[in-house]
Design a protein around this ligand. Structure first.
Ligand code: ADP
Ligand code: MG
Length: 547
């Protein structure tokens, strides 16, 4: 700090100012003391500047009259992308969009008028690169000796990333809650539908082809099938749909569905596909992945009423910590990626945040069901993947679907089902089921095909009935989730009575849920609800015939 040029040496400035007070030389008379004080002053100034610059928050000072920036720290420069030279002397109107500047200035005036600290929990500021950042700001008036507010001190913390994570968490909690509700309703509704469809079909079989009210009956069956379709959508969304995962090359799955997509999107839309050259090994339910592609293509078509381009791409990507940080979602690992892009209308942020909710639609009544994206979400989640959407209004939308790359061998249960003529029998079967409607239906189906049926309404009753009839009962058909004693507990008790007893579980939940609830025993058989009478009969016969 020595050897400063004379023009800027404060000592010289002072000397000039004192020139009118007569002939004496400041430099000679007081030189050593003044020199020392100035050094001290500079040092403490540098020290303070160092502190302010290194505070990990944006710190700035504005003058109280024109609200121009008079000081700015390093963190502030970095946050906003402007250098100090560009900032000093400017006011907010010179730097930020009109609406933001007006907000900042309003708050400044408020602080200065109140003469007290003001906390602004959230405000948005546009940086030089055009990004919006969210800040938490405190503004404090600085007073002069007379108690007048001369400056305004601001301290701003960048809370953008935290906000993003919070929103992500809220969003996933919301989806979880909706899923639970939808799944619960769908599960019980499934039981009811099973009764309607089951009896409807039995009636149809009994009444033969020339029954006078046949058409009415067919309406009932049709309507219940449509309802079952809706229930299946909800179960898919809430991840309670039965899955049949098989090892596959994702490229093949996409190739298979491509022709079908062409028909969905029509002639005005061009379909392009860019498939990864390498094999993408995944373990997926191909039917469900096709469903995902169909739903995405349908939406893309709706977003491009005047035509456009739909692009399918596949690839492989690594999801690592930086990716998760930047995107606010994901689990580390290698993923196969399908991206589906359109050149359509796009959507705004408000819409984007809600598209995965079941029944959310922006389409007119009768056109949209609002279930397409909910199904996509459910399927992808069930595959332990994730889906992300990027959209710009007026430009288009890109969906990216990440599915875990499979590494190990797959222990599949890909048995091909060979349909056989339905056979009945005369054995005794114990049926434990808590839903009265389902119980009655199963009873009628089984007795209708010659079996003797004993009924139990819960696990405890099942154990008692088995104890009393242990010699005649050849098979137990048991709902897994029941009050008083669940299926597994009941089975454990029953095995103590007869270790070789055959068991067929029924459930409205997926294998996934059941396994996590640790209910199903190894080797135990399971039929999913809604049970189709013929499928039930086939499974029952198969188990009874098994040695
Ligand atoms: P639906 O298609 O029946 O409205 P979806 O669940 O499939 O229900 O989609 C929900 C909403 O998401 C749509 O109504 C639309 O607003 C928006 N959306 C989905 N995909 C796109 C897309 N490719 N382009 C623009 N908006 C889309
Ligand atoms: Mg749709």
């Amino acid at each position: 700090m020595k050897n400063r040029s004379d023009a800027s040496d404060p000592l010289d400035v002072l000397q000039k100012k004192l020139a009118g007070f007569g002939e004496f030389s400041l430099r000679k008379t007081y030189y050593p003391e003044l020199q020392q004080s100035l050094e001290d002053l500079r040092e403490s100034e540098a020290f303070l500047k160092n502190i302010v610059d290194n505070i990990p928050a944006m710190v700035f000072v504005k003058d109280a009259v024109e609200l121009r920036y008079v000081a700015f720290n390093k963190a502030g420069e970095e946050l906003l992308g402007y250098s100090r030279e560009e900032l000093l002397g400017k006011n907010d109107r010179d730097l930020f969009p009109e609406e933001q500047a007006a907000f900042f200035t309003g708050k400044d005036r408020e602080v200065l008028a109140r003469g007290d600290l003001l906390e602004i929990p959230e405000e948005t500021i546009k940086t030089r690169s055009g990004d919006d950042r969210i800040l938490r700001v405190r503004k404090i008036p600085l007073f002069d000796v007379e108690g007048k507010a001369r400056y305004l001190l601001g301290i701003a913390e960048d809370i953008t990333d935290r906000k993003r994570l919070e929103e992500q968490l809220l969003q996933s909690q919301k989806m979880e809650a909706i899923g639970q509700l939808a799944g619960g309703v769908a599960h019980d509704f499934n039981n009811i539908l099973m009764v309607i469809m089951g009896y409807g079909n039995m009636l149809k079989m009994d009444l033969g082809p020339d029954f006078p009210h046949k058409e009415k009956l067919e309406h009932i069956i049709k309507a219940s099938e449509r309802a079952a379709q809706l229930t299946r959508s909800l179960l898919t969304f809430s991840r309670k749909q039965v899955m049949n995962p098989q090892p596959a090359n994702l490229n093949d799955v996409v190739k298979q569905v491509r022709h079908f997509l062409e028909r969905i999107i029509g002639e005005d839309i061009q379909l392009k596909s860019v498939l990864a050259p390498e094999e993408l090994s995944v373990v997926v339910d191909s039917g469900q992945i096709e469903q995902v592609m169909v739903n995405l293509a349908t939406n893309a078509r709706d977003a491009m009423p005047k035509g456009g381009i739909l692009t399918l791409e596949t690839g492989e990507t690594e999801v690592d910590e930086p990716f998760i940080q930047a995107n606010g979602f994901g689990k580390p690992g290698r993923y196969a990626l399908i991206s589906v892009s359109d050149t359509g209308t796009g959507m705004d942020e408000k819409t984007r945040l809600r598209i995965f909710e079941p029944f959310f639609t922006t389409k007119e009544v009768g056109r949209g069901t609002g279930l397409g994206m909910a199904i996509v979400y459910g399927i992808v989640k069930q595959h332990h993947g994730f889906v992300n959407v990027y959209s710009e209004p007026g430009i288009g939308t890109t969906f990216r679907i990440y599915l875990p790359i499979s590494t190990g061998e797959f222990a599949g249960n890909g048995e091909g089902v060979v349909p056989e003529p339905t056979k009945g029998g005369s054995e005794s079967i114990l049926v434990a089921e808590d839903d009265a409607g389902v119980r009655k239906l199963v009873l009628e189906v089984l007795t209708g095909f010659g079996y003797t049926v004993l009924l139990a309404e819960n696990g405890l009753e099942a154990v008692e009935k088995f104890r009393a009839n242990r010699d005649s009962i050849k098979l137990i058909l048991m709902d897994i989730i029941m009050p008083r004693m669940n299926g597994k507990e009941a089975y454990r008790e029953i095995r103590l009575i007869d270790p070789d007893v055959k068991i067929l579980y029924t459930s409205g939940y997926t294998l996934d849920t059941i396994q996590s609830r640790d209910v199903i025993d190894e080797g135990a058989e399971l039929v999913m609800k809604p049970i189709q009478p013929l499928e039930l009969l086939r499974k029952v016969r198969e188990l009874l015939d098994r040695q």
